[in-house]
Design a binder for this molecule. Structure first.
Ligand SMILES: [Zn+2]
Length: 377
């Protein structure tokens, strides 16, 4: 009888273990990276290793023939010129980021010579050089970049037939790669939601961590919200956060005949609700899906206003990623790009969890979360 009870307890515990370990995983904010994120040096070591794996995968894709690339990305008519532009710009960005690494960090985990060229960095056999306890991280990271580089090169292959954040027509289009090293900006799209919905909940989370963000709202959703919230209530809701335009409706603005009305109407509405110090008649604009046309860009150029994209895309809309996975993705991309604009969607619940996970992960490192009232130059 006694042994039966023990057997039962044994099976009961066995049953519970996965739940405990699951809870533990959920509470840690890390990928499989074996080192602590507790100093600038460790930020740089992690950043260096992310870049090295990225370079390996990047080179795999660049070496593909046009037809193989076409198969991989499922793009029939690859725009070679766009792909080449993206390839060259990406190489430049990575090399600039390598220059930002501290001397001390260059020697750790995998030793990299200061001032290494792209060719020198490409010759490093990362898997061979990494200590054994980095293997799990390496395999996961390799897989991550195989997906990520495919995603990026696909956007480049489609541009400008399908426009996106990947490449720009004008210098007044901001992607975030021109920020100072270790500077990051939070942005949230597609809101506002209804009263006490996800937008309200997210802003409470941001308040708690003393963070602010830029909210690119839909004119239509703002109008709807105005029916149940006064102008004053909306100002109280967004507080220190800034509200800008994502267009009137969530529609690609590339082949949209009403793009100008969409921008003007939404700006008028935002100006009306949020009296702004911004003298510029046009507010910052983020086109839905990053899709726009040259005429739209010229419209902003002529007003010296900016179109704001992102370089650190959370994909928080994807049902394949939970909040922890969204946070891990952003953490890896922040280490890779070292600066820039993070994209989330306040209409989804995930950002309420992902943002604190990211914030806490980098808490011991001196990165700078830019205030939402920053001015793009
Ligand atoms: Zn959107």
């Amino acid at each position: 009888m006694k042994s039966k009870v023990y057997t039962l307890i044994y099976y009961y515990l066995l049953f519970l273990i996965p739940f405990f370990s699951f809870a533990e995983i959920k509470n840690t904010n890390n990928t499989d990276w074996p080192l602590e994120m507790n100093s600038s040096k460790n930020f740089d070591i992690a950043s260096k290793c992310e870049m090295l794996v990225f370079i390996e995968v990047f080179n795999e894709y660049v070496a593909l023939s046009k037809s193989d690339l076409s198969l991989k990305t499922k793009v029939k008519n690859i725009k070679e010129q766009s792909v080449n532009t993206w390839v060259n710009e990406t190489k430049k960005r990575i090399l600039v980021n390598f220059k930002r690494l501290s001397n001390a960090s260059l020697l750790e985990v995998i030793s990299v010579k200061k001032g290494s060229s792209w060719e020198m960095l490409s010759r490093i056999n990362v898997k061979e050089k990494l200590p054994n306890n980095f293997t799990i991280w390496y395999e996961a990271t390799k897989k991550f970049y195989r997906d990520y580089v495919k995603e990026q090169i696909r956007l480049a292959a489609l541009y400008p037939r399908v426009t996106s954040e990947i490449l720009q027509f004008s210098e007044n289009e901001i992607q975030g790669d021109n920020f100072t090293d270790k500077n990051f900006l939070l942005t949230f799209d597609d809101g506002p939601t209804k009263v006490n919905g996800n937008t309200d909940k997210l802003i409470k989370v941001l308040d708690k961590y003393e963070l602010t963000g830029m909210f690119f709202v839909l004119g239509e959703s703002l109008e709807k919200r105005l029916k149940s919230s006064s102008k004053k209530a909306l100002n109280n809701l967004y507080k220190q956060n800034k509200v800008f335009s994502h267009g009137k409706v969530h529609k690609s603005h590339q082949r949209y005949s009403l793009w100008k009305t969409s921008i003007d109407d939404t700006n008028k509405l935002i100006h009306d609700i949020f009296p702004t110090e911004n003298k510029s008649e046009l507010l910052y604009f983020r086109p839905p899906y990053g899709q726009r046309n040259k005429a739209l860009v010229s419209y902003f150029d002529s007003q010296e206003s900016k179109i704001i994209y992102w370089n650190i895309d959370s994909r928080d809309w994807s049902s394949k990623l939970n909040a922890q996975q969204v946070a891990n993705r952003q953490i890896k991309l922040m280490l890779l790009w070292r600066k820039g604009i993070l994209l989330f969607h306040d209409i989804h619940r995930k950002s309420q969890k992902s943002v604190p996970l990211i914030y806490n992960y980098f808490k011991g490192v001196n990165i700078n979360w830019k205030a939402s009232n920053m001015v793009f130059k």
